[in-house]
Design a protein around this ligand. Sequence first.
Ligand code: GGG
Length: 357
Amino acid sequence: MTDTVAAPRPTIAVIGGDGIGPEVVAEGVKVLKAAAGADAFEYVAYDLGAERWQRTGEVLPDSVLAELAGVDAIILGAVGAAPGSTAIPSGLLERGLLLKLRFAFDHYVNLRPSKLYPGVVTPLSDAVVARGPIDFTVVREGTEGLYAGVGGSLARGTSAEVANEVSVNTARGVERVVRDAFERAMRRRKKVTLVHKHNVLVNAGGLWNRIFTEIAAQYPDVTTDYLHVDATMIMLVQDPQRFDVIVTDNLFGDIITDLAAAVTGGIGLAASANINPTGAFPSMFEPVHGSAPDIAGQGIADPTATISSMALLLDHLGRPAEAAAIERAVDADVAQRGTAARSTSQIGDAIAARVAG
Ligand code: GGG
């Protein structure tokens, strides 16, 4: 007689975080279970965020970071204290939790797809919408740029205060994210747009431009172009169909993807993945939106962005059919949305039912 040993289930760390984070993550996990099966993964909840800091003075202890390094994927809801919350220093949670995870786990690809779902209300003009499908993805560099945490201030709080924030751009960092963008373009419509501001930011922009040109030469099937970040904002409103894959730095990517979300149905639909393509550390999946403390606890937050992020998670874990099932269910749910308000859990239930059915 031979004993069969069941393969260990992949472990998913679940960090609800602050504000509406726990509410939307609950719906994300509900839909993930509907798609992959209730027992496909082991879920481990971590209470990280404002409440833990207030209770213990800890944001992300090293012991928890070490545990998270061993999981297969991380789901994150949102971080950020309510505005005017005097107890929590500004940026403590964003830098100490969200960015610490991205940097510790080398999430150099911050993937933010945008598409205009049929039936969605958009501020774009009818003429723009009529031009054709809008479906592009932003590959935002996730570990460098102005988010690197290099900088400081002198004479803080005085009229002589000096503050600086340094944008860090390394050849290795730019090369790997630009290459990732070209690889993604090869699986899509084969176009990459570099977005920067190299006419003014000549040092960082020059580096991005040179590396982009070098890598483009290795992908002759991929069409390329370049846009300054300010022109990109115009094009997102006037001609979003021109984009397939956008590659850009950390801050530009953060800003561009908020406008991209706004023109494709709102931030409530915008999914994202923080990917470590080497697999050396777990990747992390989160809605683009923040903690929205003004609507927390009311059960009215739209969980769709988190639910779509679950499709990115499944794709990353090598389960494309289950990912596609979530995408189809989200497409169908969004297409039939009318003016009747639904609660966070009603939206989650409806999408989970479509996935299961
Ligand atoms: N859903 C994650 C979250 O809370 N995002 C808010 C935020 O501050 N994001 C900054 C960033 O994505 O770099």
